[in-house]
Design a protein around this ligand. Structure first.
Ligand code: GDP
Ligand code: ZN
Length: 297
């Protein structure tokens, strides 16, 4: 009987993937139809066939799955067992009004922690932002207890603070194209090309980093998941409750509306709207909620 070992799936495609054993050793694994196809980030049991290869014999239960929406707004799993998602925004390209709220709603619905990162922060000094821009709302995000971190790949403060946020956690960087996700990944992973190369070589196939989800090891500790084009199609279909749950500060008022199925829009005696009127909730966040509610579908 072959020895069973536990392992972490670093990359998964088709009928096979690359896993890392507790010793740090990486080997190629084949999947069995009866066991199923693990995702990047899955913990699995493997049984070794020989020096170079093994078979996945069990997929451990998942703490969460990170999904993206496909072109038809259906959920597609891209990775499992994440701790947090870093929302990367930058002065250029400037984020649209509700972009951060969209990300926050999605991340909260996945049950993982969001962190807001302003990259290219040296460009912030060039312009001032009002509360119509996410960049003018940073103090409000902090008041809502979100971690807000400033980084720059060009100058000070560099990626100071980012490593400690990522330490011993599994994280994913999300954000629009051009905000600096690859630049940040390159700063965090000086051996990025090497890691990608080793994953490709061991499988005997080149990895298409433009389409494949890959888990990298951060030298200072922690893992970084790189998944191209996460949420390029926007969000998946969502009901009003899932949406409202993404606005964390609404929580104390939830369940106090007149109607059980209140969407906090035009309904009478809505506890959320009353809280906005009495100044207990930020009006711009409520406005954002309403816009997202009406844009669904
Ligand atoms: P991605 O599409 O999110 O992966 O973004 P990239 O990492 O490709 O970066 C897009 C552009 O922004 C590149 O030209 C980078 O050199 C530039 N960039 C990245 N980080 C910074 C930064 O902190 N400051 C400035 N000024 N430019 C940056
Ligand atoms: Zn309500």
């Amino acid at each position: 009987m072959a020895l069973t070992q536990t392992a972490l799936v670093l990359v998964s495609y088709g009928g096979q993937g690359m896993v890392e054993l507790e010793s740090g050793e990486r080997i190629n694994c084949k999947y069995r139809r009866s066991v199923g196809r693990p995702y990047c980030g899955d913990r699995v049991d493997i049984q070794r066939a020989d020096e170079q290869s093994a078979v996945v014999s069990r997929i451990h239960s998942r703490e969460n799955v990170f999904v993206r929406a496909d072109a038809r707004k259906r959920k597609r799993v891209i990775a499992a067992n994440l701790d947090q998602a870093l929302i990367i925004i930058a002065p250029r390209p400037e984020p649209s009004r509700d972009l951060v709220e969209r990300y926050l709603v999605a991340i909260h619905s996945l049950g993982i922690e969001p962190v807001i990162v302003i990259n290219k922060t040296e460009l912030l000094l060039e312009q001032s932002y009002d509360s119509k821009s996410p960049l003018g709302r940073l103090a409000d995000y902090q008041k809502l207890a979100y971690q807000v971190l400033h980084t720059s790949c060009k100058t000070e403060p560099g990626i100071l603070g980012l490593e400690s946020i990522l330490e011993n956690k599994t994280s994913i960087l999300i954000g629009q194209s051009g905000v600096g996700k690859s630049s940040l990944a390159n700063e965090l992973l000086p051996d990025l090309a090497l890691q990608t190369g080793s994953l490709s070589n061991a499988t005997g196939k080149g990895i298409h980093t433009t389409t494949t989800t890959i888990m990298y090891s951060i030298p200072a500790g922690g893992r970084l998941i790189d998944s191209p084009g996460v949420w390029e199609y926007g969000l998946w279909e969502m009901d009003a409750e899932e949406l409202a749950n993404g606005f964390v500060e609404f929580e104390p008022f939830m369940g106090h509306c007149k109607f059980n199925d209140c969407q906090h829009d035009h309904e009478p005696q809505c506890a959320i709207r009353e809280a906005v009127e009495s100044g207990d909730l930020l009006p711009w966040r409520y406005d954002s909620y309403i816009r997202l509610l009406r844009q669904r579908g």
